[in-house]
Design a protein around this ligand. Structure first.
Ligand code: BG6
Length: 439
């Protein structure tokens, strides 16, 4: 697959940081192990400190040692970007990708310095991590600022959930299976539940999380994107993903959180012990959020979508549960699109229980990636990197999608700020159902 790829220099701002060591470098290691991209890729870790390549590369990415080098520079100094420009010239590749593994406040100054140094030419791409702003207004400002130097086609905004194998599958599954395509509307679907549950807590990221919370961290990005994938016009089955961002955007545009129900249908909660862990004794930051979305798309007006996410819950689970309607003669069916773990699809069916009695029983028809495919499941970061190198933006969030997502949750942010909505407490290890029951 490497043949059609332009030769690439990947320059990593914040190479010594957690994000780079935990996600980026291991993903690059897999890509280089499993494809011929290796021969066309040079990786440069940009670091303020003087460090050796071996000290940055985690054990999982030791195979990158021959194509990884460190370039020391102070990102905040404009003059250092001239040095960087010379370095990039010496690398002599067809394209240059800057990956930003830096705190959100460091992103725009770096973009500004790149632009001023003339490092914004056509062969340059930016690979940006969320958060893209902290509300609708700040997201707009960030997008405008980045657009001063870079065109939309040069900016790749990562929402790694879009690149998860099962999330990609939603787009094709619905388009390729007539049996579901024809019932994919409010006429047949009662309600949809999307859960993104995490077992881990904030993992020492107290400062970041205090400014973020579950609504901004997960719902605004991953949660709404999963909703968009589920409700959008399905893709044709030729795998032409090019118009995926436009389809997701069209779905997002129809979504709102019912304003009149803001007080009742939006739940926020915090796990016991969070304040101490985050070092913020009076914190009202939510580590759990749940809300109801409705769509004004005529296909979906009667189908609410319930979204819930939280940290420190009983299990790690991301799934979309589609609840079909029952009628006078039949029982309701459920279709579960399981994003992680044990990626796959499950359909609950009602069958006759064997025996003289005429009784129904619910059984599950299932497909699992692990059991039904021999191929390994690449992780989302591998897909992101390969797509960015290839120049495919279908699995990245466009500026329009980012703004729409903020537009959807902005009323909640405003409501929480002005009405001081109550913050429930939950015990670490609770289930989503338990927390919702108690609210
Ligand atoms: C990130 C959030 O976007 O997604 C983290 O900032 C969260 O708080 C992570 O833990 C979850 O990703 P995954 O792939 O482990 O489900």
């Amino acid at each position: 697959m490497g043949q059609e790829l332009p030769s690439t220099s990947l320059l990593v701002f914040g190479a010594t940081g957690d994000l780079s060591r935990r996600y980026l470098l291991p993903a690059l290691s897999e890509i280089c192990e499993n494809s011929d991209i290796r021969a066309r890729l040079k990786i440069v870790g940009l670091s303020r400190r003087e460090v050796k390549a071996e000290d940055i590369l985690p054990a999982k990415a030791a195979n990158l040692v021959d194509q990884f080098e460190v370039f020391q520079m102070d990102y905040s100094r404009a003059d250092q970007y001239r040095k960087l420009k010379q370095k990039i010239k010496n690398l002599d590749t067809e394209q240059v990708i800057f990956y930003f593994a830096v705190p959100p406040e460091a992103v725009l100054p770096i973009i500004d310095n790149l632009g001023k140094a003339g490092l914004d030419g056509d062969g340059v791409k930016l690979l940006l991590e969320k958060p893209f702003g902290s509300d609708l207004a700040s997201a707009g400002r960030i997008i405008d600022e980045a657009n001063r130097y870079f065109k939309e086609e040069q900016i790749y905004r990562i929402d790694h959930y879009l690149a998860k194998e099962m999330a990609q599958n939603i787009a094709v599954f619905l388009g390729s299976n007539a049996v579901f395509r024809h019932v994919w509307s409010s006429e047949f679907i009662d309600f949809i539940e999307i859960v993104i549950a995490e077992k881990i807590g904030i993992e020492g990221r107290g400062n970041f999380y205090e400014q973020t919370g579950a609504l901004r961290d997960i719902i605004q990005s991953h949660g709404l994107q999963l909703a968009a994938l589920t409700l959008m016009e399905p893709c044709p089955h030729d795998f032409d993903f090019n118009d995926l961002p436009a389809r997701r955007l069209a779905a997002l545009k129809q979504l709102t959180i019912p304003e009149k129900e803001l007080g009742e249908s939006v739940v926020r909660a915090q796990y016991d012990g969070y304040q101490k862990e985050a070092g913020a004794p009076a914190s009202a930051t939510e580590t759990f959020a749940a809300l109801k979305l409705t769509s004004s798309d005529p296909r979906w007006t009667q189908t609410p979508v319930y979204l819930a996410t939280g940290k420190n819950l009983d299990q790690k689970l991301t799934q979309i549960r589609v609840n079909f309607k029952k009628d006078n003669n039949s029982e309701p069916n459920t279709l579960v699109l399981r994003v992680q773990p044990r990626e796959g699809i499950e359909l609950d069916l009602w069958v006759k229980q064997p025996g003289y009695e005429r009784k129904l029983q619910k059984k599950t028809l299932s497909f699992s990636y692990e059991q039904d495919f021999e191929d390994r499941l690449p992780n989302a970061y591998e897909q992101i990197l390969v797509d960015a190198m290839r120049g495919s933006q279908s699995l990245f969030a466009s500026s329009g999608e980012v703004l729409e997502s903020w537009r959807i949750i902005q009323p909640v942010l405003d409501y929480w700020k002005t009405q001081g909505a109550s913050l429930k407490k939950y015990k670490p290890g609770s289930s989503v159902e338990r927390i919702l029951e108690n609210t």
